[in-house]
Unconditional design. Structure first.
Length: 310
């Protein structure tokens, strides 16, 4: 039995007592106090769950199959732990993935493969992403603050399925695919098909997203990412745009993909046919960037048009 008790958001005490291989965690978390109106004015939130640390993908999947919807995988924890503290979710079993080997690796030999536990900080610093794949660096750089980027993972960002996720539009224009592993084996699907809506994906309750892969950049190709918000980082995107562009030997567009974030229920691949196999011109860039504004936010249309041209 393992008991965890912490008082206050900072400067508190943590006490662990272990007598079993599957610990039981009871966390008492007290929110920061406003000036007290009495001698003892604080509310306690009780959080209790079983904590598991599998050492392989097969073991993690077996735990998910065993506990079903009562279990949640723990990657970076930047979203899950906040939801638990706010009592938006109450899993009875938390399955940590940090002892599973290979989930935090970047393989750039030929096809690019990202383990689901690759952090945004690792994306920022990876030498393989400093050239044609620069948009991955640009997208990862504006995800929260340094503390969030140090622990927040690409896989968690995808599974969280926020319409305003910054890295997801970049992966969409790179034509990325995700691999999910469950009791019946592995299956792969395009990221564009995996994302269904706000907080909703095609991931089954007993499955684990293990990796993301996409083709290596072609010669004469480039990517870009732009984000609009009240500030550049530590802020949810108001709108973001990712672009992938490839030119042929005659300096004509061999292919282009545009993805938009925070403009719909999920990140969207934009129609890009008007500029394929065409010379680069300002008018054609404007045609590709033009999109019908969503809702009453017509100012977003202006940003998307300028971003598409850039």
């Amino acid at each position: 039995m393992c008991t965890f008790s912490r008082r206050g958001w900072s400067g508190g005490r943590a006490r662990w007592r272990s007598s079993s291989t599957t610990p039981r965690c009871d966390g008492r978390i007290s929110p920061c106090e406003s000036p007290p109106r009495s001698s003892d004015h604080r509310a306690e939130i009780l959080v209790s769950f079983d904590f598991h640390e599998p050492a392989s993908i097969a073991e993690a999947v077996a735990l998910a199959a065993r506990f079903g919807t009562e279990a949640r995988f723990l990657a970076g924890g930047t979203d899950l732990l906040v939801q638990i503290r706010r009592k938006r979710v109450a899993p009875r079993h938390v399955v940590s993935l940090h002892r599973v080997p290979g989930l935090d690796t970047i393989d750039a030999n030929g096809e690019i493969r990202l383990g689901a536990l690759v952090t945004h900080r690792a994306l920022e610093r990876a030498p393989a992403f400093q050239g044609a794949l620069r948009a991955l660096v640009e997208g990862a750089r504006v995800v929260g603050g340094h503390q969030i980027r140090n622990v927040g993972t690409v896989g968690g960002n995808i599974v969280n399925a926020s319409p305003a996720a910054d890295v997801v539009p970049v992966l969409l224009v790179l034509d990325a695919a995700v691999t999910c592993v469950g009791p019946n084996g592995a299956r792969e699907m395009k990221l564009d098909e995996f994302l269904l809506g706000p907080g909703e994906t095609a991931l089954r309750p007993d499955e684990l997203l293990t990796s993301i892969r996409f083709p290596a950049p072609a010669l004469r190709s480039a990517t870009g990412f732009l984000k609009a918000g009240r500030r550049r980082a530590m802020e949810i995107s108001v709108v973001c745009v990712a672009v992938w562009l490839s030119l042929d030997g005659d300096d004509r567009c061999a292919g282009v993909r545009i993805s938009l974030g925070a403009v719909g229920p999920r990140a969207l691949r934009s129609c890009d046919r008007p500029v394929e196999s065409s010379p680069r011109t300002v008018s054609r860039s404007r045609t590709s960037a033009h999109r019908q504004p969503t809702g009453g936010f017509s100012w977003k249309h202006s940003f998307r048009a300028r971003s598409g041209q850039r």
